[in-house]
Design a binder for this molecule. Structure first.
Ligand code: ADP
Ligand code: MG
Length: 433
């Protein structure tokens, strides 16, 4: 290949080069440079690169090349991703890159009835984009002829594993032709995904851009020890006084916290702000994301499930209100900022228990997150009794994990606590995720 990276080197057809031009992509990103020739050559490929590095185009471009022009009625490429937001976003990419071709694409996902989606498929499709569940639903109803599928993409493979999509993926693999090209893309490559890849990739070529789980270098990371939720809220409010924080994503562990943070910020007039999580209707989620993308919102509060992989560029700050329980999510969260070579800042709040997880995250990303002291203006609130119990419980769990002989003080307390009828048991609270 030519020494200077250029889209021309991929021997893409004119229609695609023009679309790339319209999008303003000047040169292929590293993952595109590595993956596109491998995919074009027909290999099974496992593509690993940080968030925001253009993995979507890395698989969409070669697929568009292969599928080339509208033909027959049945899909010849299948792209699978874990959430509807992600499917919609990949669809947007397909739409932009295929705009000078006559290729037909259909996106199917849950949350709305399948009727229109089925009609679209029956009208003829070249590229099908689907969440696993909805694909199987429509397939079982008899509306997808899979015989022509020659390429399968699993995007955000690591998340699919975490979200327990594995049984559905296996079903999909059973109903599509055995002779096909498999592409698997992910920002992180935990052991589980490697196992999956062994299950269905044939002698894959690995296109890996950086050591796994490394974070993008344009992101400044900073960590604050914040003892409890109340203080976290106060600190967040303090940070938001700074106008440089103009487009912010706030991540929380639970839907409840997401809602609470949202309500607080709204009440204090610190927005415009919206919240997205798994309990929000599909339209509400899409509207919020669009509004945020268009710059109509200052803040988007979200749980990990809804935020995964969504490309919102020019986010100035990512705030981790809570430390993610799934460590890879840290990489994904902070990947929302610093996308496509913009600078970004990622701020993490951690209570005492969460600091242990930070230790593990540091190992994963192979770097220490610089820590700063909570500013003096932020008054530290006392920790609420229930919250203290949760923190103690978590610390107990961590110690137990590290030392199987450790007998925590928590058992006794917990029993006593259960007898206390006036208060909600800790266990229930922990389950509300
Ligand atoms: P990933 O899937 O790796 O997280 P995306 O595919 O969502 O990343 O791409 C992130 C952003 O980078 C998108 O806005 C996309 O349009 C843009 N992008 C992709 N390829 C290029 C390129 N070669 N040059 C400039 N921007 C690009
Ligand atoms: Mg992606």
């Amino acid at each position: 290949m030519d020494a200077t990276p250029s889209f021309e080197n991929f021997k893409l057809n004119k229609q695609l080069l023009n679309a790339i031009d319209d999008l303003g992509y000047q040169k292929p990103s590293l993952i595109q440079e590595k993956a596109i020739p491998l995919i074009t050559a027909g290999h099974d490929v496992m593509g690993v690169a940080q968030t925001g590095t253009g993995k979507t185009a890395a698989f969409v471009l070669p697929i568009l090349m292969k599928v080339k022009y509208a033909q027959g009625n049945d899909p010849r490429a299948l792209i699978v991703a874990p959430t509807r937001e992600l499917i919609l976003q990949i669809e947007q990419n397909v739409k932009e890159l295929a705009k000078y071709t006559d290729l037909r694409h259909v996106a199917v996902y849950g949350g709305i009835g399948p009727k229109t989606q089925i009609e679209q498929i029956e009208a003829g499709v070249d590229i099908l984009l689907a969440t696993p569940g909805r694909f199987m639903d429509i397939y079982l109803k008899g509306h997808i002829n899979t015989k022509q599928i020659k390429t399968l993409v699993l995007d955000e493979a690591d998340k699919m594993m975490d979200m327990g999509f594995m049984p559905q993926i296996r079903k999909i693999l059973e109903v599509i032709p055995v002779k096909r090209q498999n592409l698997l893309f992910s920002a992180t490559m935990p052991e589980k995904v490697v196992k999956l890849s062994e299950e269905f990739l044939e002698f894959p070529e690995v296109a890996e851009v950086t050591p796994q789980a490394s974070t993008v270098s344009t992101i400044d990371q900073v960590l604050y020890q914040v003892p409890n939720v109340k203080t976290k809220i106060r600190f967040l409010e303090h940070l938001l006084q700074n106008e440089e924080l103009s487009r912010i994503m706030v991540f929380t562990k639970t839907k409840t916290t997401a809602d609470n943070v949202f309500k607080y910020l709204e009440r204090k007039g610190l927005g415009p702000v919206r919240v997205i999580h798994g309990n929000k209707g599909q339209n509400s989620r899409i509207n919020a994301i669009n509004q945020f993308r268009e710059g109509e919102l200052r803040i988007l509060v979200s749980t990990d499930v809804t935020a995964r992989g969504i490309d919102i560029s020019m986010v100035t700050h990512v705030i981790n209100f809570d430390v993610p329980i799934i460590y890879e999510d840290y990489v994904h969260r902070i990947g929302r900022t610093g996308r496509a070579e913009n600078d970004g800042i990622a701020i993490t709040f951690a209570n005492k228990a969460e600091m242990h997880h930070i230790g593990n995250i540091s190992k994963l990303i192979q770097q220490q997150i610089p820590e700063e002291k909570l500013p003096a203006e932020v008054e530290v609130a006392p920790t609420d009794r229930n919250e203290q119990r949760e923190i103690d419980f978590e610390l107990d769990q961590i110690k137990r994990k590290n030392d199987p002989n450790f007998k925590g003080a928590f058992h006794e307390k917990k029993r006593k606590f259960r007898d206390d009828k006036k208060r909600k048991p800790v266990k229930n609270k922990r389950r509300r995720r």
